[in-house]
Design a protein around this ligand. Structure first.
Ligand code: UDP
Length: 327
């Protein structure tokens, strides 16, 4: 039986990953400092409350368990906050990841899956974005993630640590069984906010900018179902276990949807009218961010099951209804 350390396993994508690993009959240990994650989102395995800043804690975890691989989700993810507190972002996302890598090398664990992001690309010079697109991140969040990707190449050369960097576009949706969902506080992501406006947990949804060069003037994003993302992690892990070398993959659904389309589809799925307020652009938003994910499909055999926007929103709505106490 394979044993996997999931760092950040109490968070949004991490908690879905833990569920999938358990369903795949793997042993799971979760390390999470619960700064943004939730203990009750960890549906099984062993839970360790701890921080990647704490080298002694990391050593203890690796001493106590013989892991076959590490999946690293834990990071700070708010772009705006990263601009205001760059030190926190470089420390948590970069320095603390080095602590984790150093601990795993010390304990001879040579497989690592990294949650990366489309933010490493910055403003795209061409869309859709494939893995060869230049990386010119435009904020400390994106830069801190890109720094890890670069360090991973060096760790491979120096220590034989094999990794897969998975660059998520817009992670969205929830567990189709309704047990898990997206629980950021404060929430800043479009789909959960739109659904809160549908359930009545907020008054309305703001559309940030209606004058972009897109089909309806609102920004286009590539929403990829969280379960499909987790599937890609599992496939990448298995590939590394078979002996593959380090690699990077863009993970998106290959189709872009506008903010307006997300709202209209949410109205159809929920059968509720969603009040909209049109406001000015949010700083730093690109018109269109859409991935090419052929590489993951070709090399990992990734086959996303939930690429339909209606299905993504339907699953997210299951969770929102549960939280809002609706039938
Ligand atoms: N957005 C919006 N209103 C909101 C939140 C987001 O119009 O209340 C827009 C945002 O400008 C972007 C898209 O929705 O174009 C997706 O934003 P999100 O924060 O979910 O993800 P990002 O693309 O920033 O990673």
């Amino acid at each position: 039986m394979k044993k996997v350390l999931v760092v950040g396993g109490a968070g949004y994508v991490g908690s879905h990953m833990v569920k999938m690993l358990l369903q795949a009959n793997m042993e799971v240990v979760v390390l999470d400092n619960l700064s943004t994650g939730h203990r009750d989102a960890v549906l099984g395995g062993e839970f360790v409350e701890g921080d990647t800043a704490d080298a002694a804690c990391l050593n203890r975890v690796f001493r106590e368990h013989r892991f076959d691989g590490v999946i690293h989700f834990a990071s700070s993810t708010q772009v705006g906050e990263s601009v205001k507190k760059p030190g926190d972002y470089y420390r948590n996302n970069f320095c603390n990841t080095l602590n984790l890598l150093d601990a795993q090398i010390r304990h001879e664990v040579d497989v690592f899956i990294f949650s990366s992001t489309a933010a490493i690309f910055g403003n795209p010079i061409q869309v859709p974005i494939d893995e060869t697109h230049p990386s010119r991140p435009i904020n400390p969040y994106g830069r801190s993630k890109w720094m890890v990707e670069q360090a991973l190449r060096d760790y491979d050369v120096a220590h034989g640590l094999r990794s897969a960097c998975l660059r998520y576009f817009n992670a969205a949706g929830s567990d189709p069984e309704g047990e898990l969902g997206e629980r950021h506080e404060p929430e800043s992501h479009l789909i959960p906010l739109v659904l809160r406006a549908a359930s009545g947990r907020r008054e309305n949804i703001s559309i940030f900018g209606s004058d972009y060069k897109t089909r309806d003037g609102t920004c286009v994003r590539d929403y990829v179902h969280v379960v499909d993302l987790c599937q890609a992690h599992l496939l990448a892990l298995k590939q590394l276990w078979k002996g593959s070398g380090s690699s990077v993959y863009n993970l998106g659904n290959g189709q872009g949807f506008t903010v307006q389309e997300v709202i209209s589809t949410s109205e159809e799925v929920t059968g509720r009218k969603i009040p909209v307020v049109r406001t000015q652009r949010r700083e730093g938003d690109a018109d269109t961010l859409v991935a090419v994910s052929n590489k993951a499909e070709r090399l990992l055999g990734w086959d996303p099951q939930f690429s339909d926007l209606g299905t993504i929103i339907e699953h997210a709505w299951l969770y929102e209804k549960k939280v809002a106490g609706l039938k």
